[in-house]
Design a protein around this ligand. Sequence first.
Ligand SMILES: [Zn+2]
Length: 423
Amino acid sequence: MEIILVYYGQVIFLSFIVINHLAEIYLSRRQLQTLTAGRDAVPTEFASVLSLADHQKAIAYGSARLNLSQLRLVWDAILMFYWFPFRGLEKLYLALPGEGLHKEVIFLLSLTLIQMLLSLPWGLYSTFVLEEKFGFNRTTWKMFFVDRVKGLVLAALIGIPLLYAILAFFTFFPKTWWIFSFFLLTAFQFAMVWVYPRWIAPLFNKFRPLEEVELKTGIEKLVTSAGFVAKEVYVMDASKRSSHGNAYFTGFGKSKRIVFFDTLLSTLSPGEVFSILAHELGHLKLKHIPKSLITSVILSFLGFALMGYLAQKPEFYAAHFVRVYSPGALLVLFSLAVPLYTFWSTPVSSWISRKREFEADAYAAGETGPEGLISGLLKLYKENASPVITDKVYSAFYHSHPPALERVKRLRTLEGKTSQGLT
Ligand SMILES: [Zn+2]
């Protein structure tokens, strides 16, 4: 094994741990400063819809979340140091019983359980202190723990067989295991698109068919005009956990299942619901969903190919302070260490996503006119206490949606065009 290579690898890995976390804290502090600086006045563009009190609530909420995320970043960096250079992973692996495949599965399960327990206080604080303070939380303690137990049982039922399959491929086909694993996981993800809304989501929420006549007819009209069939339109009781609102689509091909959070329907007028729906339909119509699906399949193929290649390189393990050359260790390295390197692609995916949001907005404006979308978006900003101001660099790095100001400005230019077209 190349000692020098390992040494450089370790230095690079440690630098990534430190630099990534510092960069994230830096970005978060920039955002915090922008929010604080803009606290005293509502931007003129929003003055007619957003009161100063609403604006300040959004800033206080946004700032509280940023402060919590900064603490979390420090904690995550400490954990990274413990698992890797302080050899926590190695110690855990050696301390566990079992042999062969079983040992690998026990290792991965123990690590998952430990990570889950370590993140529990953050979840508790976020739900019962932070969200509670701003009036969003509706989760009870019982619901919180029942949700987690259900999640754990499901993860075990689904995850253990998948793990055994991948580890068996690894053992019996040392050269081609990654191709089999890639196909297995891709097939699994596609199956989940069908399985999740039908069997898994109902374990956590209740779904009722949308009955409101005005909404239903409007929705069917929009969906048909986009060339799809609204096979099933449901309302989900999201309000039992949180008052944040949302809507989503699932399904392949022409027929779509549409799910609205009840919180969204109670906040928006029917016209605004149609505009938000038209925006989502825009994503489908413009093929954003198949495009991102294809991209993620390609990336996952490359990831598995890289795993197949690095699995045979003891230097790769050693560069990450792991002297256990096992498939379990390889999977852990790819889930905990490799994201540090891919982190720097975040601004690229955010940029692509923002570009697609503008395109979907333009589609919606064409279908329902921009006014409904503008007022619907602003209501959602207000109801979710999302600040309408943002730091440019922070937003460019992380935001999957364009800043409120840019989005509304762009929609208002479309407003001009539509009325010109009409006259
Ligand atoms: Zn969108």
